[in-house]
Design a protein around this ligand. Structure first.
Ligand code: PEP
Ligand code: MN
Length: 339
């Protein structure tokens, strides 16, 4: 249920609505938009509630949201959410486009530093790199852990690029939070509910990657888990889903971008690296993702993909990444998507 406050409603009117909800064992979360202020009702609503709220001072309209996600829905915010990634002005959503680039996994200092310099020079806004890697085989390289996070922090220090890195377990959130600017929840953990709860309690942006078999509703409900804890700085990432096709690693679902923009106000990023699994498909799909209105891209880049410890086949060289950026830029320049 969404309570739309009237233009003349006072803060006291909003507080009274929220108090009423609390007394009924529910919760109200406020969204202050440019056009209007709305309170989303969280919890199990009962039939009389709509009338009760409608009669309260300052309330303009009360309507039910039939979708199971509320805070992530377009009904909650007509305007696109702009996520602020760092104090030095990196933003995504609502017309701001950001490119996240870097290795799949942090391997050593030199690899990360050279990559950070190269992706920055080519125009990326955020450095990516995994220190905790979810690997299908337990015998694969599983990441450097905190030592890897320290290397990322060093690269941020030198280049000024904010960093995004994956957190896999609720127990690691506190530690990863100390190093990261954006907390990444991977496809395999999209329904790790205790993890979603925990990142929702932080005040840093969270990227929620789509699970390989997740519907749009499942995915938006994962975002809702984070948001219901009070953290509304959520970025969604389409990274391909599993289909009968095995030639590509996954099938990048480009429908997802306009669909999510219709259903939600959250920014959507395209990951053409995991979406295809092959480096030569990354640039065309990065261009396509940009053309359908993605708010950003996340791309794997490695100094020498042939020897990468993780996802080398889908990683771009520095030269290929710069070339990708050159091809994406003119497409982005002509996109004028309205919320
Ligand atoms: C990654 O970004 O390296 C990663 C593991 O992605 P995903 O969770 O989408 O598989
Ligand atoms: Mn990867």
């Amino acid at each position: 249920m969404i309570v739309v406050m009237g233009r003349g409603a006072s803060n006291g009117d909003i507080e009274r609505v929220q108090r009423h909800l609390t007394e009924k064992g529910l919760r109200g979360q406020l969204n202050v938009g440019v056009e209007r202020r709305v309170v989303a009702v969280l919890g199990q609503v009962y039939p009389e509630l709509q009338d009760e709220l409608q009669l309260m001072r300052g309330v303009s309209e009360v309507f039910r949201v039939s979708k199971p996600y509320k805070l992530a829905s377009r009904e909650f915010s007509a305007e696109d959410t702009i996520v602020t990634i760092s104090d030095n002005g990196v933003k995504i959503g609502g017309g701001h486009f950001a490119v996240f680039a870097g290795p799949c996994a942090v391997e050593n200092e030199e690899q990360v530093l050279t990559t950070a310099r190269a992706v920055k020079a080519a125009g990326a806004q955020v450095l990516r790199g995994g220190a905790y890697k979810p690997r299908t085989s337990p015998y694969s390289f599983r990441g450097m852990g905190e030592d890897g996070l320290k290397i990322l922090a060093e690269a941020r220090q030198e280049t000024g690029l904010p960093i995004i890195t994956e957190v896999m377990s609720p127990n690691d959130v506190e530690m990863v939070y100390r190093y990261a600017d954006v907390l990444q929840v991977g496809a395999r953990n999209m329904q790790n509910f205790p993890l979603l709860d925990e990142v929702g309690k932080t005040d840093k942006p969270v990227m929620v990657k789509r699970g390989f078999a997740a519907t749009y509703e499942d995915w938006l409900l994962a975002a809702e888990y984070v948001m219901k804890e009070g953290n509304h700085q959520v970025i969604l990432t389409e990274r391909g889903i599993r289909t009968f096709e095995t030639y590509t690693r996954n099938t990048l679902d480009l429908n997802a971008i306009p669909v999510i923009h219709k259903l939600s106000h959250l920014p959507v990023v395209v990951d053409p690296s995991h979406g295809t699994g092959k480096w030569y498909l990354v640039t065309p799909l990065a261009m396509a993702g940009t053309a359908v209105g993605a708010d950003g891209l996340i791309v794997e880049v490695h100094p020498n993909p042939d020897v990468a410890k993780c996802d080398g086949a889908q990683s771009l060289t520095f030269e290929n990444f710069a070339n990708m950026m050159d091809q994406v830029r003119p497409i982005r320049a002509v996109i004028n998507r309205k919320a």
